[in-house]
Ligand binder design. Structure first.
Ligand code: M6R
Length: 364
């Protein structure tokens, strides 16, 4: 049921503070501020390498996880689209954990990749939202998200719940590998616990985003830029916009702009910059200057500090709460989803059932 919402996608975007809190509840132990994974019967500290395999939005969650697993746990991480992974004869060595991320748990390419890894002797973990799915049944370790049923074809709440679990997993691996002491673990737990409130604060800017949607709706092409763990959010923003508004969009790592895509920039191509203030912010500001010098129109998504520093001369700014870098990818998912949603509504496309798409892709 959609309740007071016009679309399932909109309802699911607004459910995020609740379902992320629900999901975190089953991974964070408040009593001692630690991360607790479901019961497992193998030794996680013996894992030498992680291979992440997924499709679409779930793949972008995996890209964020690569940053976390490498930074926190110092584990080498490979990541690939399931459709590529399956056919490239990947090197799978003993001591490898293969992690499959899927909302539905039924995506054909991801499931086939899982079976391949299992046959090759990898430990198989799945991060799924549907507990009765094929992937859940076939895994050695199940990491459920508690997003509840996701009806809109565009994945929203499943994504933020996946990120919440992945951050908890990365912290847990860091502890098991002796990379995190108790204080560091507690720190991550405290920052993750702030995510639901931060998501609420991000959602409070819904009306601002609706009001600027008409600036994007007429565009034929849109670019999204992000850096570090927010780079996958740029890819996710572009996917969301393509999927439901049918506007061609590309996500780029901010620093890659000058290696090609900058040739596209003119006043007809809006550039959406995802840039929480922090250590990488200055770099992104210089990328914004490169865009502006070529007549590009920028929408800056940042916190008050970032907007105060770099908002001048932008076509629009969208203010996010100031958050710890760990939870920025979760928080910045909200404006990315709402931009796509409001642009699609402005264009009058079918938000919940976009053309040519199915909720679950069970053909290869
Ligand atoms: O159920 P899954 O997470 O395995 O689905 C993967 C993709 O098909 C899915 O994320 C797709 O890209 C969405 N429509 C994105 O919004």
């Amino acid at each position: 049921e959609k309740g007071n919402f016009r679309h399932f996608m909109q309802k699911e975007i607004f459910e995020q503070p609740t379902v992320v809190a629900q999901t975190l509840n089953s991974y964070l132990r408040q009593i001692d501020q630690s991360v607790a994974l479901p019961q497992i019967d193998f030794d996680l500290s013996a894992i030498r390498r992680v291979t992440i395999v997924a499709c679409g939005t779930s793949y972008y969650a995996g890209m964020v996880a690569k940053y976390w697993l490498e930074t926190f746990a110092r584990l080498p991480v490979d990541i690939d689209f399931a459709s590529e992974f399956r056919y490239r004869d990947p090197v799978l060595e003993p001591g490898g954990l293969a992690l499959f991320i899927s909302q539905s748990g039924e995506t054909a390419d991801t499931l086939a990749a899982l079976r391949h890894c299992k046959a090759a002797g990898q430990t198989v973990a799945v991060l799924v939202n549907v507990p009765t799915s094929s992937m859940a049944r076939e895994a050695d370790l199940r990491l459920p998200t508690h997003a509840g049923p996701e009806i809109g074809v565009a994945s929203t709440k499943a994504f933020t719940c996946q990120l919440a679990v992945l951050a908890a997993l990365a912290a847990h691996m860091a502890v098991r590998r002796g990379r995190f002491d108790r204080a560091e673990e507690r720190d991550v737990v405290a920052h993750l616990a702030e995510a639901p409130a931060a998501l609420n604060a991000a959602l409070a800017h819904d009306a601002d985003i609706a009001a600027m949607a008409h600036l994007i709706a007429p565009a034929r092409d849109v670019l999204y830029l992000g850096r570090g763990p927010d780079y996958p959010l740029a890819l996710e923003g572009a996917l969301k916009l393509k999927e439901i508004s049918y506007i061609h969009a590309e996500g780029y790592a901010s620093g890659e702009m000058k290696h090609g895509p900058i040739a596209l920039i003119d006043e007809a191509v809006p550039v959406i910059v995802l840039a929480p203030s922090g250590p990488l912010f200055e770099k992104t500001v210089s990328n914004m200057q490169e865009v502006r010098a070529r007549g590009g129109k920028i929408v800056l998504v940042s916190d008050a500090e970032g907007i105060a520093e770099a908002g001048e001369g932008c076509m629009a700014t969208i203010e996010m709460p100031r958050v710890h870098p760990l939870i920025a990818p979760l928080v910045y998912a909200v404006p990315v989803q709402l931009i796509a949603y409001h642009v699609a509504v402005a264009k009058g496309t079918d938000v919940d059932q976009p053309r040519n798409l199915a909720k679950s892709v069970t053909v290869e």
